[in-house]
Design a protein around this ligand. Sequence first.
Ligand code: IVH
Length: 663
Amino acid sequence: MSDQKRIAELRKQIARHDELYYRQTEPEISDQEYDALKRELADLEAANPELDFGPSPTQAVGDDRVEGFAKVKHGVPMLSLDNTYNEGELRDFDTRLRKIFPNESALPYLVEPKIDGVALSLTYEKGKFVRAVTRGNGTEGDDVTANLKHLPGIPAELKGSGHPDMVEIRAEIYMRNEEFARINAEREEAGLPVFANPRNLTAGTIKQLAGIGDRQLQLVCYGIGDCRPLIFETQSDIHAAIRDWGLDGQEKLWRVEGIDAAWKAIEELDEIRHQFAYWTDGAVIKLDNLAWQQEAGFTSKAPRWAIAYKFAAEQAETLLKAISVQIGRTGVVTPVAELEPVQLAGTTVSRATLHNEDEIKRKDIRPGDTVLVQKAGEIIPQVLKVNLDKRSAGSQPFDYAAFLKEQGIEAERIEGQAAWRIVGKDDPTQLRRKLTHFASKAAMDIENLGEAVVDQLVSRELVRDAADLYNLTTDQVLGLDKFKEKSTGNLIRAIEASKQQELWRLIHGLGIPHVGAQASKDLARHFHSLPKLAEASPEDLEAIDGVGGIMAKAIRDWFGSPEHQALISRLQEHGLKMEEAVDEAVSDGPLAGKTVVLTGTLPSLTRDEATAMIEKAGGKTSSSVSKKTDYVLAGESAGSKLDKAHKLGVEVIDEQAFRELVG
Ligand code: IVH
């Protein structure tokens, strides 16, 4: 292919990957593959200066702007960094700089971790937070203030004194690995597509028009843009100010002289970075002196005084021995890759999640394949792709449905989702999960009925569902491993006592998809009765604060199943408490049927005291503000909930008004 043709092709590919990465936040290729495409294009362009195709992606930063956000111009453009995976090129960077400063034999450098998140610019005026803007196209970005202003990493006011009249703090917003794992696990359970890495999830989160919900995001501040007056002389000064102002800075940095020392620092970072709570994909090397930075200058997309050295993502090839499954609390079946153990990022990896049927199809993964696994920020490694050169001749595409059948797993694909969920009640793994949950502390709280006992009850076929627990006889329990007379008596009594458990515990124990402990409490408080809950229409359900459309549908579906209806009537026959008396004093109290959200610190009441008063007056509390909220009780330094109340027109009261209301 001619260079000309290849250049055109590369430009098209890169434009597509830019769109996927920056705007849709769902890239198809790894950073390394992307960097390689860009490198190839830059080399071809350099070799063919006579070919003019107009502005090239190698000369510009990406563009993350999307509709729905106000556009704000940066005081100083937000550039990108040149990057390299290669020590020689890093040394060339130093050589180029030393030509500009011929009297310096060892330039002063700062070596910082490069955190893989999303670039953000925070404007503070006289120490007060004004706005947060994404990089956008480098010149102007999206104003994401409303989504981010309550993050702990963005204080409303800077600490200390001597703040400039205005400063743009340059930062990376990112998600910790654990938070990433938590959100993906929830999504997997809910049958939603999972995010490939914390960076994509961060990018997707900050651009949500509906707000960022309960997702936890962190910031690391690493520099400045515009600053008036300019009060810094070195990059080190900036880091010191970031700390003094109470902003989150780098967890570790190296101030060094000369490129040899910088290289040593990079190697050190590579040693320790896996212990960080977040994903670092490289190091950034910056000339420390700001006046020298000005002298070195910029290209159209990046400074000449800094470079990113990227660590190659940790990947390894290994054999996919088999595919197995894991079954979650609500019966979602997740495929898992069983791998020939391989060393990766400091640990031995023998399993990797395959997420769901669609992921297996998309990557065409088959047992017996040699696969590339990667650990990049996620705690559980993932299978990136198959090495097709090593695929054996007779290999057939993996048929997930047939596979589940073969395994004796009766499951069906959830409509509109990528997840499969167990049907029928006979799968022992699923039954164990259900029973353990039913008896757990968070639900019916049946003492001594842990996993080991449940295992035996299921494998001896003494129990086929939760109602069977109440049929257990002393003799049956005595026959279990390790049970003596005393322990048997204890277990039988604990099971008997659970019949009087609070209604919300029973609701939670049923294991209805999407219905956690808080939702169970909300439902119990609203209906005071399991049969009434079972009959509630989707509209009734959705009218309850804290219950959304997905949960309402899950509840309807659950109670709609004949099998579940039978379970409920058997539990009822066993004498489980299914109704909860409505406290008369409460039912016509001044807050009867009202929902109150607490926010901020009240002058003389603790949260618990205020909650008790609300409940005594017949009301209930909720943790989030919605259209169904009746009052927001706001105290000192109330945050996003107060804003949301104003936005939705919910009545806001202070402690005084609250006291008058409840009398
Ligand atoms: S300095 C003038 N320092 O990496 C550009 N950037 O690939 C100054 N990043 O756009 C950037 N950690 O979003 C700098 N310690 C660090 C960084 C860092 C992460 C991001 C930043 C930048 C991108 C370039």
